[in-house]
Design a protein around this ligand. Structure first.
Ligand SMILES: NC(=O)c1ccc[n+]([C@@H]2O[C@H](COP(=O)([O-])OP(=O)(O)OC[C@H]3O[C@@H](n4cnc5c(N)ncnc54)[C@H](O)[C@@H]3O)[C@@H](O)[C@H]2O)c1
Length: 346
């Protein structure tokens, strides 16, 4: 075991990943974090900014600018002996419809990562997604989604994450049948995450981000008629805390392996997001309600809400932020940032 604690974070130059890297170092200042990110979407600037926001000295970990698919995982884990692997690296563009591209990046490397971590008994936490649910009956009933309701995703992105979960379920079943202990593998189905560090996601950034940008320009916020679509919007600090908890770095040192929801456990309508932003900016901009394009109607998630009861029980984690209050604070931060100097070039 190396004396310096080592952590691997794939996708560590992305939105959630960079926040996670900073949280790891904040928690364990002598930790050495190895970021594996092919930088197709991530940037060094996300890491630099996350460290500045956390009030940390400069990042001194390492960055391997490589796809997770091109790494020899057994070798990497043998060489680094990480305390945990956090696998967040993935194509996150839900509008990427090239199925081969999506599955090659998100799903194909999974078995090797999983096997390398299990063989070396390295705790592994990975990012799954609320997109694995598609539009389950619970959406119609407007009740929280239990973990068992997933499996009929509406897009290939959700399917790529579902295949990861399915592989874990298969493996756990085999272990249970053999009467052997489950490996420390935890999948987290992040719902709609928002917060600082997401700007470089472009059109894939959250509604809270995009609506704030529109309203900062003085434009009326454009949302689908009549703003009552409801989503589980969860603040990034909460999903980061959940991710740490899943590795045993939260209040419960021995989290129960499994696949869990990581959401706020509440729904926020788009009208409520607009209200929160108006409150933060001191504006009174009425929504400009627009029709949803016909093509989007069949697969649009009108309602999502994470049932987080199993997550709390297994990981000892509960979200600390109310989504509307967090949106207000975030909108105020975006306003202050916009008034300051230009962001880092990336
Ligand atoms: N943000 C959300 O609302 C949300 C919701 C559900 C799930 N997730 C999952 O959380 C994780 C992080 O998402 P994010 O919002 O930070 O997105 P992001 O796009 O900012 O981060 C993903 C990072 O992964 C990197 N990457 C992509 N493919 C890679 C590969 N093959 N090898 C190495 N690196 C690769 C990208 O360069 C990027 O830095 C992803 O797995 C995503 O699917 C996010």
């Amino acid at each position: 075991m190396p004396s310096t604690p080592v952590y691997i974070v794939t996708g560590g130059a992305g939105f959630i990943g960079a926040n996670l890297v900073a949280a790891l170092v904040k928690r364990e200042p002598d930790a050495h974090v190895v970021v594996i990110d092919d930088l197709r979407k991530g940037s060094y600037a996300n890491i630099v900014e996350a460290f500045a926001r956390a009030g940390l000295p400069a990042f001194t970990g390492s960055v391997t600018p490589q796809s997770v698919a091109d790494l020899d995982w057994d070798q990497a884990i043998e060489a680094l002996e990480p305390k945990a692997v956090f696998h967040l690296g993935a194509i996150t563009d839900t509008l990427e419809f090239d199925e081969q591209v999506m599955l090659r990046a998100n799903t194909e490397p999974w078995v090797e990562i999983l096997s390398a971590c299990i063989t070396s008994e390295t705790p592994l936490v990975y990012a799954s997604s609320g997109a694995t649910y598609g539009s389950p009956p619970q959406g119609e009933q407007r009740v929280p989604f239990p973990v068992e309701a997933a499996g009929s995703p509406n897009n290939v992105y959700g399917f790529s994450k579902w295949l990861m979960d399915a592989e874990v379920f298969r493996l756990f079943r085999e272990r249970e049948e053999a009467g052997t202990a489950l490996p420390h593998v935890v999948g987290l189905r992040y719902f709609n995450v928002f917060g600082p560090g997401e700007a470089r996601k472009g059109k894939m950034a959250s509604m809270a981000y995009h609506l704030t940008q529109q309203m900062l320009r003085g434009d009326r916020p454009r949302i689908f008629k009549h703003g009552e679509h409801a989503r589980d919007q969860v603040f990034v600090d909460d999903v980061v805390a959940c991710t740490l908890a899943a590795a045993g770095l939260g209040s419960k040192p021995d989290p129960t392996p499994g696949v869990y929801n990581a959401g706020s456990g509440q729904t926020t309508t788009f009208n409520q997001i607009v209200e929160s932003i108006n409150a933060a900016l001191g504006t009174d901009l009425e929504p400009d309600y627009i029709d949803m394009p016909e093509a989007m109607v069949p697969t649009y998630q009108h309602y999502t809400c994470a049932d987080i009861s199993a997550t709390t029980k297994a990981l000892g984690w509960t979200p600390a932020h109310d989504p509307c209050e967090a949106t207000r604070a975030y909108a105020a931060l975006l306003r202050d940032e916009a008034a300051k100097s230009a962001p880092l070039r990336a």
